[in-house]
Each structure stands twice: as C-alpha cells, then as structure tokens.
Design a binder for this molecule. Sequence first.
Ligand code: GLU
Length: 478
Amino acid sequence: MVRLRFAPSPTGYLHVGGLRTALFCWFYVRQQGGKFIFRLEDTDQKRLVEGAENDLIRMLEWAGIDLNEGPGIGGESGPYRQSERIEIYSRHVQKLLDDENAYHCFCSAERLEKLKAGQRAKGETTRYDGFCRRLSKAEVSRRLGEGDQHVVRMKVPEIPETLVLDDLIRGSVSIETSQTEDQVLVKSDGFPTYHLAVVVDDHLMNITHVVRGEEWLSSFPKHLLLYRFLGWDPPRFAHLPLILNPDKSKLSKRQGDVAVEDFRTQGYLPEALVNFVSLLGWSPAQDQELFSLSELLEEFSFGRVNKSGAVFDREKLNWMNQQYIQNLNLEDFHQRLLPFLAETTYAGEDEILLRKAIKILQPRLVTLSEIGDRLSLFFDNNPVATDPEVKNLLRKDTSKNVLSIFIKQLESIDKLTEENFASVVENIQQETMIKGKDLWLPLRYAITLEAQGPDLKLMVDFFGKEKCLHLARQAQEL
Ligand code: GLU
C-alpha cells in the first residue's frame, strides 16, 4: 500500500512550500487509496517553537488535507514525534557502529572551524577530513569511558562510486559518493540528525514515496548509503522544485509572506491558496487555472511537475482569490466574512443594510480582510471630499451643472432606486447636454468620493434619496 508522509520541523509555521509538499503528497495518496502520515521532525531542540505542532496540523486542516496517522491521531507506526523515538535511533546507530559503517568523532568545534577555514582559504568545499576514522578502538573506548564529548559520523566508503537515483520528477540523477562527507548522524546532545532519523523513520513507517524540497537532493547519497548499511530497500523519491521570489531568489520571509497562517489572516480563501500553491511547479494537462480541490486531486501527477523553480506571483494569487470570492454564494460569503467583520467597527450595523453592502462589495473584494476599509464608504456618515483631484473636478462648471440638475431631479421623485437611477441620469444628460465622463464622474465623486468603486446604481440604491441629496448638496458647495 502507498504510504507517504509529511514531515515538518516545528520551527514556527507552515510555510507555503510545506503546504505544497503536503498537497502533492495528499493528492497522490488519495489517488492511490494509500495512507498519509504526519511526522514531527523535532530533533533540533534549539529550534523548537511551542505550539508549532498544533499550528501545522490546524493549517493542513484549513487547507482541506486530512491525515491518517500522526501525533494525536495514532496509528501502527508511532510514535510520530521524533523526540519520542530516540531509543529506536540508538539501536540503529549501534548497528552502524558494530558494522563499522559509523564511528565516534571527538573533534572539537575549534578544530572543525580551523579545518573549514583552511579549506575555504584554498577554495575547496568545506568537509570533515575523517580524522577520527583513524582512532584506535582502545582510544575510542577510553575517551568514551572518560565521557569526552563526541558525535557519531557515518563512514562513507573509501572507494568512490556513483549512486543513481530514479527521481519521480527529475528522472535519473547521479551523484558521486566522493562528494559526500562523513555526515554527523548523532549530535553531541544524543539527538539524531535529520539524515539518520529520516532514513530510520521512513523505513520503519513503511514509507513508499518520499516527497520533499529540492534542497534535499544533495543529501540523497547519504541516505542511500544509510539504507544500504542498514540492509533496507530505499523508497521512491520526488524532489520538488524551489519556490522563488519574482527576482528569482529563494522565497523568503524577507520579501513578503510565506506562512500559510498569514495568508489566512489576510483573508485568502483556502480554496484559492490551495489552487495557487498547487500550480507552483505543477502544470495541468489542459489550459485551465481554476481547480477545485477534487479536480486537483484527480488531475495531479508527478510526471507534470517541473524541474525548474516556480515563481510566487502575488498578483496571480490575488486574482485567484478574487475569482473564488466572486463565485461564493452570498450566504457562504457572508459566513466567511464574519470573523473579519468582527474585527471592524461595522459588525453592529443594521443586519439588512450590512448584507446589502456586502452583496454590493462581493464582486470587488480581493481579500476578505479588506472588508473594513470597503465598508467605510457605506456606513461612515457623509464623508467630505479632501482629495484635491476630487475637489477640482467637483468645482468645474460642468460638474456643478450636473449636480444641480441631479438635485432637482431627486427633489422631484419619491424614491431613488437602482431601477429609476438610469432615467434620472438620462434626464440630467438631456437638460445639460453633458455626457460621458463629465456626466458620470461628478456623480460618482459626489456619492462615493472615489473614481473607482462599486456600481453607482447599487450605491445610490443603498443610500436612498435623502442621503444622495445630502451628498450632492455637500459636493456642490465645495
Ligand atoms: N523536516 C524536513 C523539513 O522540514 C523534512 C524533509 C523531508 O521531508 O524529508 O524540511
């Protein structure tokens, strides 16, 4: 049975790159009727962030990804937190040591630093020089007995060879073992490094496919050697392309948001973010951009994941979010807005008016968190134009002319509605002989103070005759 895992480190938040990895795994697992496992890679005790585990799981849920096994869920391959598996790693390290595929290393941080500095000065790649490989057994036991600080390193075979990986995305990738150093497997605090833990866990958890970021591609020889040392068959691998900033640098917090949580609080819909993130490096067979979760699940294949980096285009995400917002039914839209509305001063406004305003705004909203700014137009009492451009336009003779006829028209009708607004405007045009921009812009500026905005007939309908009269008079007096 197909078994894939998502194995984040609890160092803070779910990164959009992590979300993409989780999604691709999940699509594949669900296509194959397999199991999706969550494993917490928390062996780097210095970088732990409290609450991160829950946040990671919560964000996956928000995105619509469900898990079959993991901490808090259970399953037959637990425990699912690496910090609870220390004893398991120790057993396997002992085997590596017994078989002389690993060794104790007592080199001090100073020695390693000096070694690296020397290599750097010669323009060489920095790597451990295998100094402690040469220690005698007697010396090793003596120093262990004395409690000397040490790590355990893997012993890369001295005879170089070419290791080949058949990657699901990149095809055949070869790397020489001569480029691989004697990787630390157990740190001086007794915790395993990623390299040891990932191999042991993926094997013991019966993982069939390892899907991870391209940054791990260079580690695969270490992992393949460990599989061989431990007498295990490696799983299949898929290394996903990097996600890049528009300037082609690696996507980083410095250049904007990378945490899924940030997108959620800014009012991106999970469907939009999932759709957008799934297209980072994966291209569907057909020319289509909007995909529901179930469509993505159906269409996804590793064969259509690109090798080259994918640019994170915020404009495209915004466009997608707007599309998804527009397509929500009104009730759903309203429900999703509620937490954002609660943050504004408009939450207590008259329910009917609020719903009416929300309906008018739906086609225009890019993110849900914009709602507060957008509602000010509807509920702030008779705002006066301060923008010089608006003022200048309203002071033009043609504008004054338009507004005075508008006022006259309003005074002659009982009600101003979406339906009769068109005839009001037509009457103004006939009386003033003004049309186009010179006709519309003063009306729009008088009512909304903005050149762009919701459909004017919907706005006048929302405000009604009295408020429009007031706004028009106010504008005329500028
Ligand atoms: N803990 C690693 C990370 O967060 C997981 C890499 C892997 O999937 O093997 O990048």
